[in-house]
Design a protein. Structure first.
Length: 69
């Protein structure tokens, strides 16, 4: 099971679980292919977009519960 933390890189999440892209889009990350956004951590993305990091982590981990092991 994949465990996503606040230090996990967005690009890594998208590589193992592309189905999370709509969740990132919903928080305002509309440039998921940009090197800078793919290199951000979950915590950095939440800071920039004013999103509760714990709430996003809970949702991401729920979505990736069966992803690459």
């Amino acid at each position: 099971m994949v465990q996503i933390t606040k230090d996990t890189i967005i690009g890594d999440i998208l590589d193992i679980a592309p189905e999370t892209a709509p969740l990132f889009l919903s928080i305002g990350m509309h440039c998921l292919g940009c090197p800078s956004s793919r290199g951000e951590t979950v915590e950095q993305a939440c800071m920039v977009h004013g999103v509760d990091v714990d709430a996003l982590l809970a949702e991401l981990n729920k979505m990736t519960a069966g992803a690459a092991q």
